[in-house]
Each structure stands twice: as structure tokens, then as C-alpha cells.
Design a binder for this molecule. Structure first.
Ligand code: AMP
Length: 440
């Protein structure tokens, strides 16, 4: 990503930006096939496993995030895109993550009375005012899945197993799930106390951010990437060692089931996830062949049993996961996964003269209705430029409409490779082309 902004000369007293805002990107037509592939595969897998789609607004009242995600978490304390609105009233922010809003909608729409478990998924853009770098955007895209109403470890396993299925279906091979348990809230509370003691003893060795975290969000001390802080983390007590019996036994069952299902995984005692609402099993999935830097995670998830109550609903166990589309798209490229779908137009519609242009519009409508991908240049005059364009676009068939074809209600169908031409009634063109293109 380029960080320098190009400006054009001043216009009406203001320089106009010539680049997308820092930390955002245009998804160009040539990239769309990757995006569509990832999003369509995610939808297909999630729908197939009976997750239902939920769309929530791109912005919410800020308090949903301060209360739901946590005031001292990075994405709220440092990265929230707060909106400046006209007049007074509620304060709004662009959503930095999906779960808090899904929980808000779950409570608002009384989904507690729906058959359990309630399984919801979402896809869309999210916003974090982070320092942009490779793999870290200010507008990022996620798809995510949530499950409400199950406290059983098998449901944790189901979510991870579906995530694994999805990544495998995309064709990815080089990934591993890092898993950990944050225990029940009491475990976490007791652990934070001993953790703080350890870090206080080593305070002088910490980076500035960690000195702050010690006060605001001690669990995050463990995943600081600074070398000197990692040294302190190495000597820290492990949360896994101080789990209550129930939390430990749940976690052991999760691990055993993942083993049995062949899900690639490793236990990572330092994995804490950034947000306040997690408890129990938490996980992140990383490329196996790379060091697990925080900007490399493809997705992550975990339990958040306390969140529904915290946001005003009835106590309900829940868990979920979210994946970064940008990260998955770049992994597909890094793993050299070829998308075989031919995404160029296979047919070009060429015309000669005004009457033929009108017929061409009707013909194109019939092709579109038959889902035949065509290209055209309806405003162009002359056959040669149109044929040239057809070959530049890689079309294998050209439909030619001239005066004669308008009168005869036919078209000329030309095979670009062999140069052979035939006359086909306009009425049956879509059907004939479908046969030749091997479409269903
Ligand atoms: P999180 O809930 O923060 O772990 O986010 C879930 C997933 O979204 C991560 O595993 C990443 O794949 C992706 N993600 C998070 N933040 C960003 C970002 N700033 N830019 C791009 N992708 C991101």
C-alpha cells in the first residue's frame, strides 16, 4: 500500500485527493474473482451448515462497542472510527467488529424464542483506525458466524470444524488453528491477578504500550510482539495451569475432538484474543509456514458466554468466529491457488447500423437472461474495430447483426478460432450458444 497521498493542484481552495483514503483499497475488476470466490464459498459452506444470514448496520451507537467489546480494548480505545453527526443525540461509530451488533440484534428481535441453537452469519466491511500496514487495513472485510444457546464443548468443536471445512474448501492447505482456554470468568480474574504481579516485577523491561496495558488490559501483555516483552511473557504463569476443573475438562474435550477430526491445531497458552468478551475456548488460525504475527491471522473466534447479559439480554451461552477476506485472498495467491472459472466474456455482440443496434439490445437481453457472459461496444461503428475488440477480450464467439439479419430475424454466429460462420435465428441464439459453450 502506498502511504503518500498525491494531491492535484488546489481546486476551490482545497486539494482534491487522488488516492483512496489511507488504509483502504479499491477492489479492482481483476481482483473481484478472488473476492467473489471467497465470499461465495463462505456463504455456501455456512448456509450448508444451517447458518442464517444477518445484516446489521455499518454503524451503531458507540456505547454498544464500549460496553460490548470493552472500553480498554485496542479496537475501541485506539481504533474506533467515531462519527461526527449533525446536532446532539447519540454518539455513533463505524462497526469495528461483528459480534456486538449481532448480539444487539439477537436481543432486539427476541431470537431467544427461536429454535436453539440460533446460528447467524454475516459478511461485510468493518472499520478500524489502526496504523495501516501489509494485511492491516482501516476498512477491512470479514465474514463471521455466531451460535447462541449452546454451552457444550461439541459446539466449540463444530465452529472450528466448519472453519476448517471452509478453508479446505477454498483450497488452502497451509494453516493451523492455535487454541487456548480463558477459563470461566473467575479463572480469568484470578489469573489476571498473578499475571499482573509477574509483570509488575518486570515492569522496567516492558515497552511503553505494555506499561499501559498493565493498567488497562493485562491479558494483552501476553501477545505483545516486542522482543523484550516476549521475554517477560515467556516467564509468565500460564492461564492453562490455573483453570478450574470444569474449564480444564471442557478444553481437554475440545482438544481431543479436534484431534479425532484431524483439524490441524496447536495449543498456545499465550493466545488471549483482543476483546473483553471472550471466555472458555478461544482460537486463531494462522498460515503454518509463517511466524504467527498478529497481522497474519486468517480468522479467530471463541466463546463469549457473558456478552448477551452484559448487553441487557438473558444469560445465554454463545460463541463465534470471524475471518478476514483480505487475508484469505492474499493467502490464496501465496498458495498459488488457481481460480479455474473463466471470468472473461465468451461472446461478443457486434452490430452494423442503427436498426442493428436496436436488435443487438434485444439479443443481448436474451443472452443475459440465459446467463451467457457477453461483451459489446454498442456505440461503435464499423465491423473491423468490433472484431478486433472481440479478439482482444478473448471471446470465442462473435454474434454479428447487420441490416439483412435485422430483416430476417437472424444473426451470424462466427467461431473466432476456426473463422466458420453460420446463420442462426435470433429466437434460438441463446439456446444454440449455450450448447456450444457447454452451459447447462
Ligand atoms: P479479530 O476478531 O480482530 O481477530 O478479526 C478477525 C479477522 O479479521 C482476523 O483474523 C483478520 O483476518 C481480519 N482482520 C482483523 N483486523 C484486520 C485489519 N485491520 N485489516 C485486515 N484484516 C483484519
Amino acid at each position: 500500500m502506498t502511504t503518500q497521498k498525491k494531491k492535484v493542484p488546489r481546486e476551490a481552495g482545497r486539494a482534491l485527493p487522488l488516492q483512496a483514503p489511507r488504509g483502504t483499497q479499491d477492489i479492482l475488476p481483476s481482483e473481484q474473482k478472488y473476492w467473489e470466490y471467497v465470499i461465495e464459498t463462505a456463504k455456501q459452506v455456512l448456509r450448508g451448515w444451517d447458518w442464517q444470514r444477518l445484516d446489521t448496520p455499518l454503524f451503531e451507537e458507540t456505547s454498544l462497542f464500549t460496553v460490548g467489546v470493552g472500553e480498554d480494548t485496542d479496537i475501541v480505545a485506539k481504533e474506533l472510527f467515531e462519527l461526527k453527526t449533525r446536532g446532539g443525540g447519540a454518539a455513533y461509530s463505524l462497526r469495528p467488529e461483528g459480534t456486538a451488533a449481532v448480539v444487539r440484534a439477537y436481543i432486539e428481535h427476541g431470537m431467544r424464542s427461536w429454535p436453539k441453537p440460533v446460528k447467524l452469519y454475516y459478511v461485510g466491511p468493518f472499520f478500524r483506525y489502526d496504523r495501516p500496514q501489509a494485511g492491516r487495513y482501516r476498512q477491512l472485510h470479514q465474514f463471521g458466524m455466531e451460535v447462541f444457546g449452546s454451552a457444550a464443548p461439541i459446539t466449540d468443536v463444530e465452529v472450528i470444524y466448519v472453519a476448517h471445512t471452509l478453508l479446505a474448501q477454498l483450497g488452502l492447505e497451509d494453516y493451523v488453528f492455535h487454541i487456548n482456554s480463558l477459563g470461566v470468568p473467575a479463572d480469568r480474574k484470578a489469573y489476571v491477578k498473578v499475571l499482573k504481579e509477574h509483570y509488575r516485577r518486570n515492569r522496567t523491561k516492558l515497552c511503553r504500550d505494555c506499561k499501559e496495558r498493565l493498567k488497562t488490559n493485562p491479558l494483552r501483555l501476553l501477545d505483545c510482539k516486542e522482543e523484550k516483552c516476549q521475554q517477560v511473557a515467556k516467564g509468565a504463569p500460564r492461564l492453562l495451569d490455573s483453570l478450574s476443573d470444569e474449564a480444564r475438562s471442557n478444553f481437554e474435550r475440545v482438544v481431543a475432538m479436534l484431534e479425532e477430526l484431524g483439524v490441524p491445531h496447536e495449543i498456545r497458552g499465550s493466545l488471549v484474543r483482543g476483546l473483553d468478551y471472550y471466555n472458555g475456548t478461544v482460537w486463531e488460525v494462522f498460515p503454518k509456514s509463517q511466524e504467527p504475527a498478529s497481522q497474519a491471522a486468517l480468522g479467530g473466534g471463541g466463546r463469549y458466554d457473558g456478552l448477551i447479559k452484559r448487553l441487557g439480554g438473558k444469560d445465554t451461552p454463545a460463541l463465534g468466529a470471524a475471518f478476514g477476506v483480505e487475508r484469505i485472498v492474499s493467502r490464496l495467491k501465496e498458495e498459488g491457488i488457481e481460480l479455474t472459472a473463466f471470468d472473461g466474456p465468451r461472446v461478443f455482440v457486434a452490430q452494423l447500423g442503427d436498426a442493428a443496434k436496436m436488435t443487438a439490445l434485444r439479443v443481448m437481453r436474451s443472452l443475459q437472461e440465459a446467463q451467457i457472459h457477453f461483451a459489446e461496444s454498442i456505440d461503435r461503428e464499423g465491423m473491423q474495430p468490433q472484431l478486433k475488440l472481440a479478439s482482444r477480450l478473448g471471446a470465442s464467439w462473435v454474434v454479428i447483426i447487420g441490416q439483412k439479419e435485422v430483416l430476417d430475424k437472424t444473426v451470424i454466429l462466427r467461431n473466432v478460432v476456426s473463422g466458420m460462420q453460420e446463420v442462426v435465428p435470433q429466437e434460438s441464439l441463446a439456446q444454440e450458444l449455450s450448447k456450444r459453450l457447454d452451459l447447462p
